[in-house]
Design a protein around this ligand. Structure first.
Ligand code: NAD
Ligand code: WQD
Length: 338
């Protein structure tokens, strides 16, 4: 693997992955429609690495553009981040989510097949497990029923890729099921830049800490967890990004179709997140307990053993680094990339 097409490469996880790919001397081609990002993240990645990626502004649903990209570059593999990810929005606009995430991936795979590029790493999500029946979650457990169209779209793509592999075993497919990404590059130059009111916990906490939001709503304190608040497996975005480089090695080994959790194996509650963030940042995070958010599960964390055994990947950074790095990014870029 030398030359990698990264769809969604200017987004949150994509930008951190592109940085590591450039550092490791891959040739990187990015396709992004900037629906949730801009080229500013790439400018900063290029500054940090001293290397350049080729950027195409456009959509994975655009077959002509895909054709141009695959004709213009000898691509060895694709890391496919592009997609929409806001759970609430997906409930309001399901067709938009199925079109972007499912049809978009289908269109990408068609172009890949036409050009004989049959290596792909796909951004899946722990959401495909549905409401966990046992914890920690391992990859052999059956998938469940995601509670929203976003989650369904991830499960549909997993199923589609499995069928694709069954029909043509020349494909090498790594499904990476991310748990809860958090943190930012330690430089403070790149990080998560959500549009409007953040849906996810960590960006909400950092915006409360800067004073941009008055308080954090803690969605429910009556779950069956040690302190009653929701428990999740937060993973540093740099560790997550590194998982993709390991997945590329797996593609080179002719993996077939394989599925890995990318998580730490350790769950933290919402209140533990608040306390740890306060400690790492020195800022107060006022909060109020509010009713549960619909569709939330009590607890969700990974069994990360398989990725350790088969990819040689483990998460190295802990909650302290996630909190410190998120704070450095948010406090030095209060308006994100704008
Ligand atoms: P992000 O929104 O920051 O990045 C996605 C990128 O894809 C953005 O730059 C966006 O502009 C681009 N994009 C969206 N639709 C596109 C299209 N049709 N054509 C071209 N580009 C398009 O999100 P992220 O957090 O970096 O997530 C990356 C991937 O990982 C997504 O597929 C997401 O569903 C998945 N994922 C994210 C999380 C999370 O909590 N962040 C968890 C599990 C899985
Ligand atoms: C974490 C915990 C909330 C915000 C979602 C998607 C999942 C994946 C990651 C993409 C929960 C609580 C949150 C707030 C809170 N995305 N919370 N107040 O729900 O585990 O996962 O993002 O694939 O598919 O569902 O992450 O960060 O939204 O919530 O109390 O303002 O924080 O209830 O317990 P979640 P999250």
């Amino acid at each position: 693997m030398k030359s990698i097409l990264v769809t969604g490469g200017t987004g949150y996880i994509g930008s951190h992955t592109v940085l590591q790919l450039l550092d490791a001397n891959f040739e990187v081609i990015i396709l992004d429609n900037f629906s949730n990002s801009s080229d500013e993240s790439l400018k900063r990645v290029e500054k940090l690495t001293g290397k350049q990626a080729k950027l195409y502004e456009g959509d994975i649903r655009d077959s002509d553009l895909l054709n141009t990209i695959f004709t213009s570059h000898k691509i060895d593999g694709v890391i496919h981040f592009a997609g929409l990810k806001a759970v609430g929005e997906s409930v309001e606009k399901p067709l938009m989510y199925y079109e972007n995430n499912v049809y978009g991936t289908l269109n990408l795979c068609k172009a890949m097949a036409e050009h004989g590029v049959k290596n792909i790493v796909f951004s899946s999500s722990a959401t495909v497990y549905g409401d966990p029946v046992v914890l920690p979650l391992n990859e052999n457990l059956p998938t469940g029923t995601p509670t929203n169209p976003y989650g369904q779209s991830k499960l549909m793509v997993e199923l589609m890729l499995k069928d694709l592999y069954k029909a043509d075993s020349e494909w090498n497919i790594v499904l990476l099921r991310y748990f809860n990404p958090a943190g930012a590059h330690p430089s403070g130059l790149i990080g998560e830049d959500p549009n409007g009111i953040p849906n996810n916990l960590m960006p909400f906490i950092t915006q409360v800490a800067t004073g941009k939001r008055e308080f954090l709503s803690v969605f429910g304190d009556d779950y069956d967890t040690p302190d009653g608040t929701g428990v999740r497996d937060y993973i540093h975005v740099d560790d997550l990004a590194n998982g993709h480089l390991k997945a590329l090695n797996k593609l080179s080994d002719k993996a077939g179709l394989v599925t890995y959790n990318l998580g730490t194996g350790q769950g933290y509650s919402v209140l533990e997140m608040v306390t740890n963030f306060e400690k790492a940042s020195g800022q107060k995070v006022p909060y109020k307990i509010t009713p549960r958010r619909s569709g939330d599960v009590a607890a969700c964390y990974a069994d990360p053993k398989l990725a350790a055994e088969e990819l040689g990947w483990t998460a190295n950074k802990g909650l302290k680094e996630m909190c410190e790095d998120s704070w450095r990014w948010q406090s030095t870029n209060p308006n994100g990339y704008k």
